[in-house]
Design a binder for this molecule. Structure first.
Ligand code: TRP
Length: 335
């Protein structure tokens, strides 16, 4: 039985936060036991909006060190920076020639981002999902864990793969594996919402830092943010996403960091108030992040080590990616 290939990417923008960890990175660490994993840090996607060059570089190092501090193992998974593997840009160009303006124009993320960055609607932003398709197809990926907001992009990727497979159908194996969305087992992660507005997802790029607990936040700041998080005016502790979304979010976080079920947490807080829960949650969260922060600080003091990991990751990735790229170049008639 051959191992399935799983790939997912994060943009080096903003700062990694508990939603990335509890919702995504933790899942990745368990997936690396069962799948052949590729985890590109997608810097070429990040530059579709303006970035400060020094900040971007620092963030890339910080994100990689945090990946490892969170439990990603470079011996098991291929961790690399997208721009270190030029095959991504090359395949993206080829795929651009098979992508229609109409279908890219329908992408809701493009519409959103064009509104938010109205003074910089560049063609990289327009072609963003094509580059993402290249990321996925280069590695013949079977499974892509993505959130709701990326489903449309994955669908486009599948369409492109079908399109080329169909156009260049041969007796031999198809050019591309058709990727499937990976739906994690229900118990394994969580959708973490903003602390001040629990109707939207917590975002690593949120400009209001009060909404977000970052992985490198200090204890004091975590305490403050949790204490000030928005809950309803009631007092009874129960899990009700609709009517008590703020409290439901805190309970979700508590469950994920303590390993206890939401029901058992609710049970143990009967007769106690929100304040009590918040104090305990802050403490649990601080303790949960402590070892991770310690590993991060150790690692980040040795940039040479991170460079080595990235070099090795890029080599592994290149070998796989070049096979696909060569097959595509050959198939479409490039000499
Ligand atoms: N677009 C994704 C996001 O913003 C990041 C990404 C880039 C990605 N390439 C990918 C995710 C490939 C999964 C697979 O979240």
């Amino acid at each position: 039985m051959t191992q399935k290939t799983l790939l997912s990417g994060i943009q080096p923008s903003g700062k990694l936060m508990i939603g990335n960890y509890l919702g995504v990175l933790k899942q990745w660490t368990s997936m690396q036991e069962d799948y052949r994993c590729f985890f590109p840090l997608v810097d070429l996607h990040a530059i579709t909006v303006r970035q400060d060059p020094n900040l971007l570089r620092e963030r890339c190092y910080q994100f990689v060190a945090l990946y490892i501090a969170c439990g990603l193992n470079p011996q098991k998974s291929t961790i690399f920076i997208q721009s270190h593997v030029p095959q991504h840009s090359e395949l993206a160009w080829l795929l651009n020639c098979f992508s229609y303006m109409g279908e890219l124009n329908r992408m809701t993320q493009f519409k959103d981002k064009s509104q938010r960055h109205a003074n910089n609607i560049n063609s990289g932003l327009f072609g963003y999902p094509v580059l993402m398709s290249a990321d996925i197809l280069l590695y013949q990926s079977d499974l892509i864990p993505v959130g709701e907001d990326q489903k449309q992009h994955l669908e486009l990727c599948r369409n492109l793969a079908h399109r080329l497979n169909h156009e260049y159908a041969t007796e031999k194996s198809p050019l591309f594996t058709i990727p499937e969305p990976y739906i994690p087992p229900k118990s394994s992660g969580g959708r973490i919402m903003s602390l001040q507005d629990p109707s939207v997802k917590m975002s690593k790029s949120d400009s209001n830092e009060q909404n977000v607990v970052f992985l490198l936040d200090e204890a004091k700041s975590i305490e403050k943010k949790i204490k000030r998080s928005v809950t309803d005016s009631g007092s009874e502790i129960l899990y009700d996403e609709k009517n008590k979304p703020g409290l439901a979010n805190l309970l979700t976080i508590f469950s994920l960091v303590s390993g206890n079920t939401i029901e058992s947490i609710v049970d143990s807080y009967q007769g106690k108030g929100y304040g009590h829960l918040k104090v305990d949650l802050a403490e649990a969260l601080i303790e949960h992040l402590r070892p991770l922060q310690e590993r991060y600080h150790e690692l980040s003091s040795d940039r040479g080590e991170i460079d080595n990991i990235l070099k090795k990751g890029a080599e592994t990735a290149k070998n796989v990616a070049q096979k696909t790229l060569s097959a595509v170049q050959n198939t479409i008639g490039l000499v």
